[in-house]
Design a protein around this ligand. Structure first.
Ligand code: SF4
Length: 256
């Protein structure tokens, strides 16, 4: 029987790999599905982990989408629709996730492997949802919560540092989840941080929005919440915040 670990090289699945190695659980392969849309920091962490896998005799397998992610997003002809491409991925339309899960399951089933999945002990709903009998959840067995996973990775020297042009930041300091940089599941706090700390990725999001009709975050009270509208909103918020921070010089009257 082969044992493989599905690893996105985010904090949970990486903590799972480290735990498996630490406890000497059987592990033949680590499988990474590369959407091609990950943050550079994630690829850097992957590259830093590969020697550890080699040292422990674990094979590294990389799977890829059948077609480039951006082709499906922007150009793929879609039945019954005039416009091409599936559009933003996320929310109810997680076409990228569907491709990813199918490819990983297909691979595991083709070799009849048991699969370790990195769902943290405190992700109760996700743990309940997974039904395939060949899947194993070591993080739940070792009671490792999401916070514990991050701590474990940091202690092992993996930090997901990204230099987006405005200095180096750790992705987990500014994002709740490290997923594809173009994921429309990102909340407003995360998008605000991307604009502020990773301006190069913000430019990439603008570039995608120029090519997509649907606003990245849909509509709110009838108003579009695309990358450009959000950018303006964040800019205004920053200006207001800066104004509020201004401390009047001694003797200067307050502008009320
Ligand atoms: S992380 Fe987001 S963009 Fe990437 S595949 Fe999943 S839902 Fe799609």
């Amino acid at each position: 029987m082969k044992y493989i670990a599905s690893c996105s090289f985010g904090k949970d699945s990486l903590a799972m790999i480290l735990t498996i190695i630490e406890h000497g659980l059987p592990l033949d392969e680590v499988v990474f599905y590369d959407t091609g849309m990950e943050f550079q920091a994630l690829y850097n962490v992957r590259d830093a982990v590969l020697p550890l896998l080699r040292k422990n005799g674990i094979r590294y397998i990389e799977l890829h989408p059948d077609r480039p992610f951006l082709y499906d997003m922007l150009e793929r002809p879609v039945k019954g629709r005039e416009r091409r491409g599936y559009g933003w991925c996320g929310g109810l339309c997680r076409w990228g996730t569907t491709c990813k899960l199918k490819a990983l399951d297909r691979y595991a089933e083709s070799i009849g492997a048991k699969v370790y999945v990195g769902i943290a002990a405190d992700e109760h709903d996700r743990l309940k949802k997974e039904r395939k009998p060949y899947k194993i959840f070591p993080l739940a067995s070792y009671k490792l919560t999401e916070a514990a996973c991050l701590e474990l990775c940091y202690a092992a020297g993996y930090f997901w540092e990204e230099d987006g042009g405005a200095g180096v930041v750790r992705l987990y300091d500014i994002l709740d989840r490290v997923s594809c940089w173009c994921c429309c599941n990102k909340n407003l706090k995360e998008l605000r941080n991307i604009r502020k700390y990773l301006p190069l990725y913000w430019e990439k999001l603008k570039d995608l929005q120029r090519q997509l009709e649907r606003p990245m975050k849909g509509f709110y009270k009838g108003q579009p919440r695309g990358v450009f509208e959000l950018g303006e909103r964040f800019m205004k918020e920053e200006a207001e915040h800066e104004k509020a921070q201004e401390i009047p010089a001694p003797g200067q009257a307050l502008d009320v």
